[in-house]
Design a protein around this ligand. Structure first.
Ligand code: CP3
Length: 342
């Protein structure tokens, strides 16, 4: 497909760009009144995720309203456990909850490898509709959770400050842990490939809980499966966002991914030093910075651009945008990047 704006793809492939591309993690939904209007017309988050017409509509909203350089499909990383036979519910004010979590070996045996075409057809339809409606304006980002992060939610049954249940399992049931991680990985590879077939042009894997493991365990239970995913996705560029895992950047840089997401705890210069010159970096303004004054936002954004440089770089926040962020501040962040001359 011919794009009117393919800056993000060029940057991910390491090609020269005329300006730095920008998008925001969690740009779809959350901050826009236009999103809340659609969301409030339905009874649940899940209903929105599973209604392709509406999921496509809220996917496109930030492209229209914020002028970002890519759309990210409106869904959630937890559709994978759902498709494997462990459904989630999204509880207001709490977040995701699994009425039934993984507790014993038979719970793992009973899970299936997700069949994307059947179990996740609603995401694939949302991609197809989005693709048609965008008509080449910007590329669509597909995504999935990293096996370790998905595993954490499946073991814990909800979000957690420590994920100590999931971490305990790595020590006490390492063989079973690998069995479950294998199943999640297989499901994820199939799912990402199906998203690519449906029309996404770039994919991102979110390892939101990478930062809570010791380096050796991340190697054994995290990186191993990210490696398998990277080796299976060859058609489009792939971004790995391993939040808090600066300690593993050197190993991440050895995987066959194109871009590495950098969180706000990591200095851009350290990220570049550890990753080397071979990959594109993405990030990393502190999402809380967007609560600041216009003047300070402009200065911090320019500082971020100077620190990363303009080559092999995709501008973003260091994690998802917070729900109560003023969209005007987000626009200021985006416009500052777009107007940056180099
Ligand atoms: O990036 C986007 O704009 C696309 C949509 C998207 C959602 N979730 C929609 C969502 C993406 C990429 C995700 C990823 C996701 N989901 C992650 C990885 C990224 C990260 O933040 O680390 C994780 C860990 C989840 C799990 C999840 N989903 C949690 C913990 C929560 C509750 C807290 C929160 O973030 O709001 C969700 C709910 C969720 N996912 C909402 C949205 C828009 C809010 C629910 C609502 O609107 O009712």
């Amino acid at each position: 497909m011919k794009y009117q704006n393919d800056l993000i793809l060029k940057a991910a492939w390491g090609e020269e760009v005329s300006r730095v591309p920008v998008w925001l993690m969690r740009q779809a939904g959350r901050i826009l009144p236009e999103y809340r209007e659609v969301r409030n017309s339905l009874s649940s988050f899940k209903e929105l995720v599973e209604t392709p017409e509406l999921a496509a509509e809220v996917t496109i909203q930030p492209v229209d309203i914020l002028n970002v350089d890519a759309a990210i499909i409106f869904s959630d990383i937890l559709v994978i456990p759902d498709a494997m036979g462990l459904p989630y519910v999204m509880k207001k004010g709490i977040g995701p909850v699994f009425p039934k979590k993984i507790e014993e070996p038979s719970d793992i045996k009973n899970l299936r490898v997700a069949n994307a075409q059947e179990d996740l057809h609603y995401v694939l339809e949302a991609i197809q509709i989005t693709k048609k409606r965008l008509n080449g304006r910007v590329p669509i980002i597909g995504f999935a959770g990293a096996p370790w992060t998905i595993f954490s939610y499946m073991l814990e049954g909800s979000g957690s400050k420590t994920f100590s249940q999931a971490r305990k399992f790595l020590y006490t049931e390492s063989k079973l842990a690998h069995e479950l991680l294998e199943k999640i990985t297989e499901s994820t590879i199939e799912y990402l490939k199906a998203q690519i077939d449906a029309g996404v042009e770039i994919v991102q894997v979110f390892d939101s809980w990478a930062g809570i493991l010791p380096p050796d365990q991340y190697k054994e239970f995290g990186l191993k499966y990210l490696d398998a995913i990277c080796n299976s996705i060859t058609q489009v560029p792939i971004t790995l966002f391993a939040k808090g895992a600066w300690y593993a950047y050197e190993e991440l840089a050895q995987l066959s991914c194109n871009t590495i997401g950098v969180d706000w705890n990591t200095k851009p210069s350290l990220a570049r030093e550890l990753v080397g010159s071979g990959k594109t970096l993405q990030g990393n303004l502190d999402p809380c910075m967007l609560y600041s004054t216009d003047e300070d936002i402009i200065a911090a954004t320019k500082n971020m651009l100077t620190s990363f440089g303009t080559h092999k770089y995709i501008a973003n926040l260091g994690h998802g945008v917070y729900p109560d962020t003023n969209p005007e501040k987000v626009k200021l962040f985006i416009d500052t990047i777009k107007n940056y001359k180099f």
